[in-house]
Design a protein around this ligand. Structure first.
Ligand code: BTN
Length: 255
């Protein structure tokens, strides 16, 4: 794995974070930054240790999917050691998603909204996502963003946005800052973090189709304190803890 210490130093120079990215490893190409971060965490790396790659050969998405990771995009993983009750660990992905969306807007001028649970969307196209993987007392939050990627090479429904080299570095720095800020909000006041997620949500108040372990259709009413999506169906209120939602492309908000 070819490593770029100079690029890491340029990103971390004057980075105003306390933990996220203070230790940063930048690689040309890895299988998955989540795996490298996991190995570092198992070897005792501090909270906030981050791994960034220009390319991934076996990037992973949620629910066992592949995350196509050609050059141009951002592939970043951060080691966290949350002091949260286990039932709220799903919210780590929410905190990082809100942080990534805020960062994209401030550093790249790209307005992103969130599709439950933590897809980063521009209009109806998915431009990024978060994969949080936990074991023991550690969780690694992986962020993928499709910048500069030819959309034909990505799966259906995926989108990308343009970013020059300086913009790429600025956006990585902004993601580290905003992800840390929202992770701190989560740890001090999970309800406040959920409000920030709600404010960027494109799912709530919309009619959705739920797929995965549970299949249903209804109105996405809210998110619960553990991150479950609350969907009002004909059979009652459904708590969806894992799965995918498709937002119906209508203004129809009936159950
Ligand atoms: C999703 O399915 O929406 C989540 C995608 C997460 C992709 C990122 S890229 C960096 C990190 N390394 C991985 O293998 N996956 C995550």
């Amino acid at each position: 794995m070819r490593e770029y210490p100079d690029l890491a130093a340029a990103i971390t120079a004057a980075l105003p974070t306390r933990r996220f990215g203070r230790a940063l490893r930048v690689y040309d190409r890895v299988a998955s930054t989540n795996d490298v971060a996991r190995d570092l965490a198992d070897a005792g790396a501090a909270e906030g240790t981050a791994v960034l790659a220009l390319e991934q050969t076996r990037g992973r998405g949620r629910r066992g999917r592949a995350w196509i990771s050609p050059r141009g995009g951002i592939y970043l993983s951060v080691v966290t050691k949350p002091s949260l009750p286990q039932e709220q660990w799903a919210l780590i992905g929410y905190a990082v998603a809100v942080g990534a969306a805020v960062a994209a807007e401030s550093a790249a001028g790209v307005r992103m909204r969130l599709k439950w649970p933590n897809d980063l969307m521009v209009d109806d196209g998915k431009v990024g996502g978060i994969l949080a993987e936990a074991w023991g007392t550690i969780a690694v939050a992986g962020i993928g963003m499709n910048a500069n990627v030819a959309t034909e090479t990505l799966g259906p429904g995926a989108a990308s946005f343009p970013l020059d080299d300086a913009g790429w570095v600025s956006l990585v720095r902004a993601i580290l800052c905003e992800a840390e800020r929202h992770y701190d909000v989560l740890q001090s006041d999970p309800r406040h973090l959920l409000d920030a997620w709600r404010a960027r949500s494109m799912t709530l108040g919309r009619r959705v189709i739920v797929t995965g372990a549970v299949e249903a259709e209804g109105l996405a009413e809210d998110v619960a304190e553990d991150g479950a999506l609350l969907v009002r169906t004909d059979a009652g209120l459904l708590r969806v803890l894992a799965g995918d939602v498709t937002v119906r492309n209508t203004a129809d908000t009936r159950r």
